[in-house]
Design a protein around this ligand. Sequence first.
Ligand SMILES: O=P(O)(O)OC[C@H]1O[C@H](OP(=O)(O)OP(=O)(O)O)[C@H](O)[C@@H]1O
Ligand SMILES: Nc1nc2[nH]cnc2c(=O)[nH]1
Length: 171
Amino acid sequence: MRTLFTEDEIAQRIDAMAAEMARDLPKDFLLAPVLTGAFIFAADLLRALYRHGADPHVDFVQLSSYGGARASSGVVTLLKDFSVDIKGRTVLLVDDVLDTGRSLHFGKGMIEDRGAKDVKLCVFVKKLTGHAEDLKCDYIGFEAQADDFLVGYGMDDDGRKRGLPLLGSAN
Ligand SMILES: O=P(O)(O)OC[C@H]1O[C@H](OP(=O)(O)OP(=O)(O)O)[C@H](O)[C@@H]1O
Ligand SMILES: Nc1nc2[nH]cnc2c(=O)[nH]1
């Protein structure tokens, strides 16, 4: 396992992202983390937002397309929908990694279908796969190479390594 970004680097970057969001987003926005992978990032981001004066509502969705594999199945399955009505809201959809872009594309479509006023996309790390160029992310924490299989900071390798506090590459 190779370290890509340390705990300190992650904390600093999240603080800077939160400062930008607290400045730019409306006061009543909804933070929507995509389970499972984004739960660690979302928890740190939420607390950084609070330190910067933003106090959003939070509601989770759960999507799955990889299962235990290192390649996308190609099909995104909705495992958990929003628990609240998002009609008319500004929603910040938060995911851990952008790879093929299928998950965020699916999530963004869901939010638009449910009548949100605005949807912003935030990803902890964008892989430079070139597959997701038409999906505009408003907030990107880090970039990684297309051939890195990312682990840690919420990201799993067949269900393990989500608790690793840094971002690593398994290959
Ligand atoms: O851009 P994509 O190719 O869609 O890949 C990104 C998605 O892959 C992972 O989800 P996964 O399906 O592995 O579920 P998990 O979050 O439960 O691990 C990750 O959490 C992202 O949601
Ligand atoms: N854990 C993990 N999940 C992913 N989903 C899409 N790309 C990745 C990756 O590099 N690592």
